[in-house]
Design a protein around this ligand. Structure first.
Ligand SMILES: Cc1cc2nc3c(=O)[nH]c(=O)nc-3n(C[C@H](O)[C@H](O)[C@H](O)COP(=O)(O)OP(=O)(O)OC[C@H]3O[C@@H](n4cnc5c(N)ncnc54)[C@H](O)[C@@H]3O)c2cc1C
Length: 472
């Protein structure tokens, strides 16, 4: 299909999970492909400062926590752990180096050219990348997102007093007292890392519950679990300012609905109130492409923008800001560029919080399901099964959490699955796959699940939808 009027059939801007996957898929489909990336390494937010380094710290700190909080002792292992934070950071950097280098290898293997530098559109088919100019028949924008700043709060990752998620991954010392602004996924994951390593952690959240977007039952349980682990939660509270003096920060807080102001001191403040799409300096004005009110690039079902030959995927377009959503869009978009039919089912993008235990969900929340049924609760059936009654979770000293399955009463079709369990992030794929095939709760209930596994709780929750679980 190569068109000799252009240097490339496809130029992808951004090498995050959306961009690098799109580039590899396009090359696999025989398209001459380049990928522009302004960072020193490939892999975007996810591999460099997001999913991977945060999981490296979560995994390592989980072991430390198990050694200090009595879990290991319960299992007959007496240890006195000593934290070597430098080594913990080193293994995180190793993971990042290995994986970002892996993308470079995959680019070479698939003959994707890496164009180093910041990309700016000159016109819809011509993009300046650093000192180079590249022309392409199709351009896929996969520029991702960056941390949303909080008004009146200046982040300085170097000083390590007021940090964003990138700075919170790099702290050289365990802060004595850390305040996390924002009770969403990133705040709770990174707050958990530092709590496990010894920080006193206070989470300040504007809303009255943690984890916006998740099922209400899950959100309520999350508050109980994090409090039990020793986090202090200040819900329905907003931060109006942060002042730094010497090595300390002082936050000013007030109730979200307005009211009396108070102050809170901290050794470290993590600002994690969300992320915003990256479009600055991209030259969208040169191709007549505007962003919506959220700063996102609007696309159609095929990932086309309104400019012919320009496509967009990942965090820069509407939808949940998640790596696997970006990856799936990357594959589908490349297939559409190649004239195939690439589709992503945006109704079934699982979401996971990788804390201990993990919180995961896919499909509709109970609230959304009832709303979909015109507000009639009787049209929705729910089955719930506690992890306490799951033999594997109980044996592993992981009794917290539950699986909840929401089904349409009339058809029994599963509308949503929510799980809190040590391995909920792994378990949720089974639910997603079942829902992708239009499963009923009965289909799941009559599927043989290996014993003893945490996944049996999904089977039992499905049986509970039918009103007949075995183990409760
Ligand atoms: C701390 C943290 C933890 C996270 N954990 C998870 C998780 O566990 N699971 C999950 O699913 N998601 C997680 N995420 C979210 C996930 O990282 C993003 O959803 C994902 O990276 C989005 O992929 P993307 O390809 O759209 O963009 P990005 O990964 O943001 O990549 C975009 C790339 O484009 C480059 N770029 C931008 N503009 C230009 C330009 N003009 N020219 C050249 N290059 C440019 C950027 O440098 C960047 O490398 C986490 C995020 C953070 C911050």
């Amino acid at each position: 299909m190569s068109d000799t009027n252009y240097d490339y059939d496809v130029l992808v801007i951004g090498s995050g999970p959306g961009g690098y996957v799109a580039a590899i898929r396009a090359a696999q489909l025989g398209l001459k492909t380049a990928c522009a990336e302004s960072r020193e390494t490939l892999g975007g937010t996810c591999l460099n400062v997001g999913c991977i380094p945060s999981k490296a710290m979560l995994h390592a700190s989980e072991f430390f926590d198990a050694a200090t909080n009595g879990t290991m002792k319960e299992m007959g292992i007496d240890v006195t752990p000593k934290l070597n934070l430098d080594q913990m950071h080193a293994q995180r950097r190793d993971a990042v180096d290995g994986l970002t280098g892996g993308i470079e290898f995959l680019f070479k293997k698939n003959k994707v050219d890496w164009k180093k530098g910041h990309a700016t559109f000159e016109d819809a088919h011509t993009v300046k990348v650093g000192d180079d100019t590249v022309s392409a028949k199709n351009v896929i924008i996969a520029t991702g997102s960056s941390v949303t700043p909080l008004p009146n709060v200046e982040v300085d990752n170097e000083k390590q007093i007021v940090v964003d998620s990138t700075g919170a991954l790099e702290l050289a010392k365990v802060p004595k007292k850390m305040v996390v602004i924002g009770g969403g996924v990133i705040g709770l994951e990174l707050g958990s890392v530092w709590r496990r390593l010894g920080s006193e952690v206070i989470v300040v959240e504007f809303l009255d519950k943690l984890l916006p977007g998740m099922d209400d039952d899950v959100r309520k349980e999350a508050a109980k679990i994090f409090k039990k682990q020793g986090m202090e939660l200040r819900l329905s509270t907003k931060v109006t300012g942060v002042a730094v003096k010497g090595k300390k920060a002082t936050l000013t807080l007030e109730p979200s609905a307005g009211g009396e102001e108070e102050t809170l001191d901290a050794d470290c403040v993590l600002v994690s109130i969300g992320r915003r799409p990256n479009t600055e300096g991209l030259g969208l004005e040169n191709i007549g492409l505007e962003t919506n009110k959220q700063g996102q690039i609007e696309i159609d079902h095929d990932f086309r923008t309104k400019v012919e030959g320009v496509w967009a995927i990942g965090d820069v377009v509407p939808g949940p800001m998640l790596a696997h959503k970006a990856e799936d869009e990357g594959i589908a978009c490349a297939e559409n560029v190649a004239g195939q039919t690439g589709i992503v089912n945006h109704d079934l993008i699982p979401g996971v919080v990788y804390t201990w235990p993990e919180f995961a969900g896919v499909g509709l929340t109970t609230e959304e399901a009832i709303e979909k049924m015109g507000g009639d609760k009787a049209k929705v059936k729910i089955g719930k099964f506690p992890m306490m009654a799951n033999s594997r979770a109980k044996t592993n000293h992981e009794p917290e959490g539950f699986v909840k399955i929401i089904a349409e009463a009339e058809t029994d079709r599963v509308l949503g699955v929510w799980a809190i369990a040590s391995v909920a992030g792994t378990m949720i794929s089974q639910a997603t796959q079942a829902m992708e095939f239009g499963a009923t709760s009965e289909d799941i209930a009559y599927t043989c699940h290996a014993h003893p596994t945490h996944s049996e709780a999904i089977k039992e929750a499905a049986m509970a939808v039918q009103g007949k679980p075995i183990h409760i």
